[in-house]
Each structure stands twice: as C-alpha cells, then as structure tokens.
Write a protein that binds this ligand. Sequence first.
Ligand code: DX5
Ligand code: ZN
Length: 230
Amino acid sequence: MSVRIAPSILSADFARLGEEVAAAERGGADLIHVDVMDGHFVPNITIGPNVVRALARVTRLPLDVHLMITDPDRYIEPFRDAGASMISVHVEVLPHLHRTVHAIKTLGAKAGVVLNPSTPVSALDEIAEDVSFVLVMSVNPGFGGQTFIPRSESKVRAVRALLDRAGNREAPVEIDGGIDLTTAPRVVAAGASILVAGSAIFHTQDPERATRDLKAAAAGARGASSPAVR
Ligand code: DX5
Ligand code: ZN
C-alpha cells in the first residue's frame, strides 16, 4: 500500500477554499482531510456538512472527515450525505464504538477510529478487526500548527502491529498533527501510510509544491523502510 497525503484544509484560506484544494490536488494530494470541531470536545469551532458538500463539488479526491465532536453519532449521516468517503470518530467520546463503526460502514463510508495522544493503543483491542483505518493524533486536537509529539512514532508502530495481529492488514494507519518534511519520513518508517498535513502545506507560498515535496519525502522513507509498511 503506497503512502497517501491528506492535506488538512484547517490551515487553508477559507475564503479561497476551492483554489487551495485545487493546488493541493495538482501537487498530488490523495485525499482532502476535513477537520470538524464543535467547540466542546475541542476548544475550536470549524465547519459542518455544508462545507463538505461544497468541497465535493470542486474536487474528485475522497473527503476524509475527522469528527472532533462530542456527539458524532448524530452527524455521521449528514456528513456522509454531504460526500464524506472516510469518517473518523474519537474513541474518547464513544461508549458504543462498535455500533458507531458499523453505522459508518453501513452508510458506505470507511470507518476510522481516532486516538488522542494520551489514549492508549489498548483502547483499540476489541475493535481492531472492524475498523477501516486508525488515526493516531500526534498533537492534541483542536488547532493546526502544533509541534509533533515524538512518542507518536512508537504509537504508530504499536497500532500497526495490533491491526496486523487482528488480521486487519489492509487497514492503514493515518497520522495527524505536526507532519512536515522532517517528521513524515519517520512516521512512514514506523508504519503510517496516510499523512495528514495542514500548516506544512497551506502555510507556505506554494501549496502545490509543498504537497509534492511532502509526498516525495514520504515515498523516500517508504523505499528505505521494511516491506511491512503499507
Ligand atoms: C488538529 C487537526 C489536524 C490539523 C493538523 O486538531 O486534526 O488535522 O489540521 O495541522 P498541522 O498539520 O498544522 O499540525
Ligand atoms: Zn484532523
């Protein structure tokens, strides 16, 4: 499985969202990562299904919707209807995670489960075989532009190993927070195969080139690492 780059529009210029997404797409972006925040689970407030619907009209890339909200069950269907292909939910807010994961899959989307930095990998023990992907947060969610938490590297390794043990070898590990040209090769070598990047792409003069450069850095790491990377 090759490494995919998922630019996070959180760091884009919201007044020029279509152009920003088009630039990332020209640079070889594989997905568009959409950060949904409710001002409750995380301190920030961002966007809802209407923006996802608007994005779906201007890009052919799959929309990867990361729900940082207290009550994701209520909003899965609206985001799926709006065009989300991947929907991820935080284990920290879901007492009935198994039900939620299967609800997302029943709607025809890929179901991702997200771990905050302080949430142990063991939180996935009973759900590892059901998920379509796992998202490891390498910063505390809420804002772009934060510093990568180094411990996330070993966490990616542990999640990859857990998914493999569960027989879910096809499920990728996604990583989100502080990914740039320096951290990208490290997390790919650890087993991440979807890299989310916000500020490293959109807080540059040339998001198209930044996407291309990040993809090249990630691909280089993949070539140098073990065949276990997917
Ligand atoms: C943080 C979001 C991230 C954010 C990453 O809560 O989930 O997707 O956009 O931003 P960077 O890449 O700047 O750390
Ligand atoms: Zn995110």
